[in-house]
Ligand binder design. Structure first.
Ligand code: MF3
Ligand code: CO
Ligand code: CO
Length: 253
């Protein structure tokens, strides 16, 4: 669905995106110490909602297309869009992606990280490290004149070289006043294909990398995406701006 045409942000709008992006990064930093055995995903959600309000911001996911909570919490086999729940208690050895999107002064900062609950298994450790490196390599492919396919190819080549798979059903996206818009950033593909990047474009890169098959199921809640084989999935996300010289990561502290 095309929500609005691809826009290039003005200097003034980029400054607002920097503020939203920094706020998103601070929120993740605020939540990280809660990632411990015995904590429910709802407790993390509620802490996120409180912190966001205290900043005079809003949680963009809350009510977005009917999403019921303020953040996404995706544990183990959950690929993305996990719904925080009081009955879901973190356990030693889990991995959890926390995805936050505060809406600050009309602009969205969208970022996520996968955290370890206690000590990870060797495969969980490798999957999470590879996924973070996929995001780094995707970001490194961003500069004016490059194409969206260059980002996807960089991510897919590295993930598959490490024996993992790239989820196809969800993509990075343009983000500014609108939460999800053009351009679509696939996390797989071919170099030299796709839209040409230009200074002023702002979008996310948010690879979801799976231990086994890339295919996903959607649970009956209509949101939770899980791996079809129920093996692990990890994700990292940043919001980025294309600059004259390359790329600026907006969701850093
Ligand atoms: N933050 C997610 C993303 O990276 C989107 C969450 S939308 C929700 O695009 F409705 F699931 F919250
Ligand atoms: Co996100
Ligand atoms: Co996103």
């Amino acid at each position: 669905m095309r929500t609005e045409p691809l826009v290039l942000l003005s200097k003034r709008e980029l400054e607002k995106m920097r503020h939203a992006g920094r706020t998103a990064a601070e929120l993740l930093q605020h939540l990280e110490p809660m990632v411990k055995p015995g904590v429910s995903t709802l407790a993390i959600n509620d802490a996120a909602e409180r912190w966001t309000r205290s900043r005079g911001a809003k949680s963009a996911p809350l009510g977005y297309k009917g999403f019921p909570k303020s953040i996404c919490t995706s544990v183990n086999e959950v690929v993305c869009h996990g719904i925080p729940n009081a009955k879901q208690i973190l356990r030693q050895g889990d991995i959890i992606n926390i995805d936050v999107t505060p809406l600050v002064d009309g602009y969205h900062g969208d970022t996520s990280k996968t955290f370890f609950v206690g000590k990870p298994s060797p495969v969980a450790q490798k999957l999470v490290e590879v996924t973070e490196e996929c995001l780094r390599r995707g970001i490194a492919a961003v500069k004016p004149g490059a194409r969206t396919g260059d980002i996807g190819a960089a991510i897919q080549e590295y993930a598959e070289s490490q024996g993992f798979s790239v989820v196809r059903n969800f993509a990075g996206h343009g983000v500014h006043r609108v939460f999800h818009t053009e351009p679509e950033i696939l996390h797989f593909g071919k170099r030299g294909t796709g839209k040409k990047l230009r200074a002023g474009m702002v979008f996310t890169i948010e690879p979801m990398i799976n231990e086994g098959t890339w295919e996903v199921d959607i649970l009956d809640d209509g949101w939770t995406a899980v791996t079809q084989d129920r093996k692990l999935s990890a994700q990292f996300e940043h919001t980025l701006a294309v600059t004259d010289s390359g790329v600026e990561i907006l969701t850093l502290l």
